[in-house]
Design a protein. Sequence first.
Lengths: 39, 328
Amino acid sequence: MTSRTGREEEIRMEREKETKDDGRYIIFYTFANEEKEES
Amino acid sequence: MNQLRWDPTLREWVAYATHRQDRTFLPPAEYCPLCPTKPDGFPTEVPRESYEIVVFENRFPSFTPDAALQDGEGSPLTPVAPGRGVCEVVLYTDDHDATLAALGEERIRGLIEVWADRYGELGSQEFVEYVFIFENKGEEIGVTLNHPHGQIYAYTFIPPRPKKELEAAREYHGEQGSCLHCDILSQEHEDGRRIVAKGEHFTAFIPFYAHFPYEVHLYSRRCAPSIQDLSPEEQWDLARVLKRLLMGYDALFGFSLPYMMVMHQAPTDGEEYEGVAHFHIEFYPPNRTAEKLKYLAGSETGAGVYVMDVLPEASAEELREKVEGAGS
């Protein structure tokens, strides 16, 4: 997992990389303080 | 089987991926493989009950990292190569019915960060020369899954269209000493008639030489070679202008407009592209009216000459009004 923080205008992103049962990778990205989606 | 075959007449590779014939085709929403896996539900591609943005390797890839050469195929005239590369799927949201246009600016900003992350990670692999980020939207374009998503192809070569564009930009830079795209953007700003949306750092316009009636190019104002070179402020502005443009597209005919969205930027082949590659996004919606599509017919496909029945100045004025109306 990595995270990126910094200047006011930057966003904090975290990623988790996993391996699926068939060997393919999947990456989950999450973001801190994300506003609720409009849709 | 993933194989590249060389076309010596056009000097370009054609990719063959025969297993893709069996890929999932427009399943009903309750069997969408891109939705989260619900308790006691069928297992989808995403083994979680919810998610924000997800990237995974395509189950039916056009290229694979471990593609091997088949024996007995090809000749000196028409060589073959392994269909090597990486194909990823980018899920924008776990909401099956959303679109990129409907996402909040925060989510689009996050997506831009993900695109930059993928450009960097895929481009750092020694066999990857070009990271191509794109979205096919709408059944008119040929999508097989309606869940909001894009794709990324990591090619082992620079694809013909970006290559042609880069060659033109490098030659122009050698002759004029300036960036071709920066000068195109300056000309569009001076003229103004084809601009459809402007932010602080990005401008969207229908180019003077558009190949589709509502083709839009979204340029970074600064000469940034790739999405990874954008500052946080530029990324935020891109999110805002992108959303406004897509909302304008959807307002154009009163329905969610199909399109191809592609990103052109610096290759990752180790060469120098400062002043040559200029990050931008191109959109090719197939509609010329609400009911009629622009088909790539004989002249376009067989001769490479696009024939247009509307001037970019007219379509830009129409789209600009929709973009301004959608943002108010």
